[in-house]
Every structure is written in C-alpha cells, then in structure tokens.
Design a protein around this ligand. Structure first.
Ligand SMILES: [Zn+2]
Length: 326
C-alpha cells in the first residue's frame, strides 16, 4: 500500500495541510480561504490572463524559435506534448483542430495534455497552432503536428443486476438529473493546474478492468468501460491522485458513493463505488490523501474501485496520464 506517499512532497504541502486541519472552524476558514485563493491565483497569473503556469517565464528579450514537432496520440489516451519555451514570448493561446486547449510552463517548456475521444474516427491528423506576442506583435505558428493512431481495446463479459441495465422511468429520471449535476461540476474547473507533481494511481493493487474495454452485459447490452477498475476489498483506503479541490461527494446511480476532484487545467478524477466518503466539497486534497474507503455501491458486479479521469470534457485513460508525467 505504501510507495506512493513520496509523491506528496509538493512544495505547497505544508500550506495546504494547514487548511485541512482547521476546515471545521468557519472563522479560520473564511480568512484562510482568502489567502488560499491568493496563493493558488499567484500560481496561474504571471504572464497574461489566459495562460497557466507552474514555472515563471524568463525575460531575456529573445523571441522563441519554433520547430514544429510531430506528436503521436491514441483515442482515449493522454499524450504530453511539449516544446522548449524559455524566451520572453508570452503565449496567448494554443488551438488544436480549432479547439482552445489548456497549457502550462514547466522546466523551460510549454506543455499541454492532448487527448482525443475514445470514439474518434480514424485516420485523424491535426495541427496545434500557438499564438504568442513578441515586442507587441501577435504571431501564430504551427507547434505540434498530431497524428492519432489506432489502439486495439479488448472486450469482456459481465453479469450485473438487471435493474442497472433496463432502467425504470424513475431511475432514468435520476440518471438524467445526476448527469446534469456532474456536467455542471465539469463546467466549473479551475483553469490553471492545482498540481506541481505527476499524477499517481489511487491504489497499487491489481487492475481488474482497463480503460476502454468493450463490455457485454448479461449477453446483450453493450458499452465501453471508460475508467480503470482496481481490485479493492470493502474498506480499503483510496488515495487522491494529485493536488486538487473536491467538487462533488454524492451517491450516484452508476458509480454509487462518488467523489470528484478538480485538479485544474481541465482535469478531474472520479472515484466510484465507495463504501465511505471521507472528504467534503471544497476541501483541498493532496496526492496520497485518503478520499474514502472502497466498496460496492452503484452498478457493480463486486467490490472494487472505479477510477475515472475526465480531461478537456472527455473520459480518458487515467493510467496514460500517470505515464505521461508533467
Ligand atoms: Zn469501472
């Protein structure tokens, strides 16, 4: 169970821990919340209003030299694209296939997580353009040439309770309401990254179902598993995968007792089927913090942890984000 704690040496760990310790004292909370907003805001506003930064940009009066790079991605997977960017040419935005994507500066480079829908039609090729300013001039250039390659996802058969497949009108209504509620959460993410260290797994245990598996339920109904399942006996402590803010704690039809954490930069993690939730909406959580205990609530065929990752509005393979690093 150990081994993942070492990732919690985020430079802000001490500060954020202080908030957790006193969160039930409303007066401390109010004054410290203001400080927290300033502290986190300070991480994301050093260049221009719509850029996000982990590092500061140096100002050496040089224009950046861009050599467009080829990037290979796969449907449903995360790829970290980067380009050296240590000159004083503040980026206004990066557009991939006409979609604005979040980015950050880190170790002398501009970086962005690229992801395509699991359902992307192949072949697919697109260009990411960067717009930046240098000496009051706005320039747009090719930054990444992206090709999406095929990835073969496996299939599996599952038996689950019939009431979770053929929904009653009441359950249909419930699911629709819950989808509205979670969509609202995903619309209100923090634009810049809360995190400063790579993402980690929520559990070190065996993976019982990988992201992207095609599922055939009770010999008929088909869907895709757009999350990762980890083996977990009821009551196993579940670790938060990176610094973030708890946005939802609720009992949902499919994922049972569920926690959603916003990590900023358009990234959310979802922890499902919990037997117990141990965080509250608004909590700032650090890598390795326990968000709850595993269980078998919601649509399950046995106790396990379902870990989902929502990135830029798409359910994406969380393990590919762990591998991508920062
Ligand atoms: Zn699952």
């Amino acid at each position: 169970m150990g081994g993942e704690r070492n990732i919690s040496q985020a430079p802000d760990r001490g500060k954020v821990f202080m908030f957790r310790g006193i969160r039930r004292n409303p007066w401390c909370l109010l004054s410290l919340w203001g400080m927290l907003v300033l502290f986190l805001g300070g991480c994301s506003s050093t260049v221009v209003h719509n850029t996000f930064t982990i590092d500061e940009l140096t100002d050496d009066g040089q224009e950046v030299k861009i050599v467009p790079q080829d990037v290979i991605t796969y449907p449903g997977k995360v790829t970290l694209a980067q380009h050296p960017w240590d000159a004083s040419s503040p980026i206004q935005g990066i557009k991939c296939d006409d979609k604005e994507i979040p980015f950050y500066y880190h170790q002398g480079a501009v970086k962005a997580y690229l992801t395509d829908s699991y359902f992307t039609k192949l072949p697919r090729h697109y260009v990411c353009f960067v717009t930046y300013t240098f000496k009051q001039q706005v320039k747009t250039k090719d930054l990444w040439h992206v090709t999406v390659h095929k990835f073969k996802y496996a299939s599996e058969r599952l038996q689950v309770d019939k009431k979770h497949i053929v929904l009653s009108p009441a359950d249909q209504q419930r699911v629709a309401l819950e989808q509205k509620k979670t969509a609202e959460v995903y619309r209100h993410g923090h634009p810049g990254p809360y995190f400063k260290t790579p993402f980690v797994r929520p559990l070190p245990s065996k993976i019982t179902s990988y992201y992207g598996r095609k599922r055939i339920f009770n010999k008929g109904y088909r869907s895709q598993h757009l999350g990762t399942d980890f083996r977990a006996a009821i009551g196993t402590p579940i670790k938060n995968v990176n610094t973030g803010k708890v946005m939802l704690t609720d009992d949902l039809f499919y994922t049972g007792n569920t926690v959603i954490v916003d990590h900023g930069l358009g990234i959310f993690s979802v922890y499902g089927h919990l037997s117990e939730i141990q965080v509250e909406v608004g909590d700032i959580v650090l890598p390795g913090d326990i968000i709850g205990l595993s269980g078998d609530t919601g649509r399950v065929s046995g106790p396990h942890l379902h870990w989902g990752l929502k990135m830029q509005g798409l359910y994406t393979d969380g393990l590919s984000l762990v591998r991508a690093g920062i």
